[in-house]
Write a protein that binds this ligand. Structure first.
Ligand SMILES: Nc1nc2c(ncn2[C@@H]2O[C@H](COP(=O)(O)OP(=O)(O)OP(=O)(O)O)[C@@H](O)[C@H]2O)c(=O)[nH]1
Ligand SMILES: [Mg+2]
Length: 259
């Protein structure tokens, strides 16, 4: 993978994508944190533009984890079930507020016999996506165990959680409303952001991954600013895909907008 190649046009985020339901959102601010916007304008995002953030996708077998990732990354859908054995991963590159940002999406196996292998890849996640099938209440109940297992390997205070109901196309509006009530409760208990998607129709898939990207990016930049404290991150190396000279040092003065 060439991290210096320009990102796809449809992977460019200039605004914060909004949550699906305000009752179960990681936050409901209209835009990126002002410190993040400012740091990006000034190219003071430290190492964020060079890092690859790890996102793990967990949940019962056959809930649609692989289909969800394939719909977003490859815009494909396979109606035949092929169990994931252990783990797979996809890399997605974005540009957020002008800063390159990459996600590594780890697709783990839901089958019990592969869980042991899959769980060895849980460590170091910045976001955890827990998937359940909107048409199978047992899969929603199991999400708490999936979360507990994933959190054993990660720092619960810094990891971002998403609870995703899949196969929305298979529920009637009435069935969906009933399931959503329960799912919102679970999401609130977990402090996760709730989403409902269909990989078959594509409903909410792009919106969901853009939200994951944006919130992971925001958390990364804030952590980087926190780390640097009052110390200015300084002349960071800026990657600008439009420049023939890819490496430039930022020498801009601090604008008035900065807190
Ligand atoms: N109708 C419908 N079917 C779906 C959807 N997403 C997945 N499926 C089907 O559900 C089955 C399982 O999908 P997978 O994505 O392989 O499930 P998984 O969670 O990756 O399963 P494991 O790898 O065993 O953990 C497949 O037959 C898919 O075609 C969806 O949004 N709508
Ligand atoms: Mg799979």
């Amino acid at each position: 993978m060439n991290i210096l190649a320009p990102v796809r046009r449809d992977r460019v985020l200039t605004e914060l994508p909004q949550c699906l339901r305000k009752e179960a959102a990681l936050h409901v601010h209209k835009g990126f944190h002002p410190r993040v916007t400012c740091a990006c304008q000034e190219h003071r995002t430290g190492t964020v533009g060079f890092k690859i953030s790890k996102v793990i996708v967990v949940g019962d077998l056959s809930v649609g984890k692989t289909c969800l990732i394939n719909r977003f990354c490859k815009d494909t859908f396979d109606k035949n079930y092929k169990a994931t054995i252990g783990v797979d991963f996809e890399m997605e590159r974005f540009e957020v507020l002008g800063v390159p940002f990459s996600l590594q999406l780890w697709d783990t196996a839901g089958q019990e016999r592969f869980k042991c292998i899959a769980s060895t890849y849980y460590r170091g996640a910045q976001a955890i996506i827990i998937v359940f099938n909107l048409n199978d209440v047992a899969s929603l109940e199991h999400t708490k165990q999936w979360l507990a297992d994933a959190l054993k390997e990660n720092d619960p205070s810094s990891v971002l959680l998403f609870l995703v109901g899949s196969k929305k196309d298979l529920s009637t509006p009435a069935q969906y409303t009933l399931m959503e009530k329960d799912a919102l409760k679970v999401a609130q208990e977990m402090k996760a952001e709730y989403w409902a998607v269909s990989s078959l129709t594509g409903e909410n898939v792009r919106e969901f991954f853009f939200r994951v990207t944006a919130l992971t990016f925001e958390a990364n930049v804030l952590a980087e600013l926190e780390k640097s404290g009052s110390r200015r991150i300084g002349d960071v190396v800026r990657i600008n895909s439009d420049d023939s000279n890819l490496y430039l040092t930022s020498s801009k003065k601090k604008p008035m907008c900065c807190p």
